[in-house]
Design a protein around this ligand. Sequence first.
Ligand SMILES: C[S@@+](CC[C@H](N)C(=O)[O-])C[C@H]1O[C@@H](n2cnc3c(N)ncnc32)[C@H](O)[C@@H]1O
Length: 327
Amino acid sequence: MGQIIDTEGRVCEQTKWHSRQKHAFLEEYLNIWSEQVGKDGKSNPPTLDIFDLFASFGFCYCPEEKKTWKGSALLAAECLKKYQNGKLLFLNTYHPDEKELQAQKKSLENGLSNIHLPGRVKTVIESLPIEKAVEAAISHVNLNYPSLWILDPYQPEHLPWDIVERICKLEGSYQIGNRKITRKPELFICLMTGRLQRLTGIEKEKETVGIAMGLEETIWKAKLENYRDSDDNTRRALISMYAEKIANFYKKPPIILEVPSTDGNIVYTVFLCTDHDAGHYVMKLHKLTKYQEWRKIEWEKSAETISAKKKIQRKAEKSGQKQLFFE
Ligand SMILES: C[S@@+](CC[C@H](N)C(=O)[O-])C[C@H]1O[C@@H](n2cnc3c(N)ncnc32)[C@H](O)[C@@H]1O
């Protein structure tokens, strides 16, 4: 959504309040690393590399709520700082407009310098379009050790399925006793299902849907029809198709989180993919519950207030009154 200055003068990504949910969920996931895998006393836990390919400004700011919070890149940095064997932070912050790109990069660097990462964490910052960014990131990865990839674009078309597949296909291994275990990167993907849903109904956008889903038009259309026949809606159909594509590469189905906006409509869907038993079950059994509690207490109340304000605003606008709420 572009840049905005917050109440403390920081240049941030202008963000809707619903995005706070995505970051809270990501934070719960990253906490598995910093609070559980790397708990004090555990000797020599594995190294961890984090790749955030849509890193943006670092901080997010919601003007309606007047709140600032850490975006994916700074959350990743905090995690690698806390986790005793955090090793690499690879951030890609890109914008097609050079001025915007420089603004994003500068704010990201400022945000990072305030985190004071320890010397063991190497930081790489790139500013490349996603096709090049993924190759640059791959050149840094050691597949025999854990890596986490964050893919959080504005639009589904900014993340073609080919890019996701390139990462899903990466594979390394590690040894437990005599057993050789396959290691795959862990993936956090934000798919803009709300927009994708709309695009399925627009003739000239059909190709975009195919690129984001990695499916030919005849195939996704036929699947959409099948789901419709079984009383499922377009969004659910798209989510199932995407999850099926990911499941071809991972042994465990992705953990799926649908993120509503303040009006209750689902805006996007987060897919969390990991083959790792502990990560998968801790997330499913404990962290999702913790996240849901957070959501009820901290998000829903303000979301209700915002949507009530919006309703009054719409009413006022219809009757020609000047609006006071979103100054
Ligand atoms: C939703 S924002 C990312 C927010 C960030 N993950 C956070 O939590 O703060 C999407 C980012 O993708 C960038 N972007 C747009 N087109 C891109 C492209 N083709 N390749 C890579 N990044 C792109 C935008 O400039 C923006 O910084």
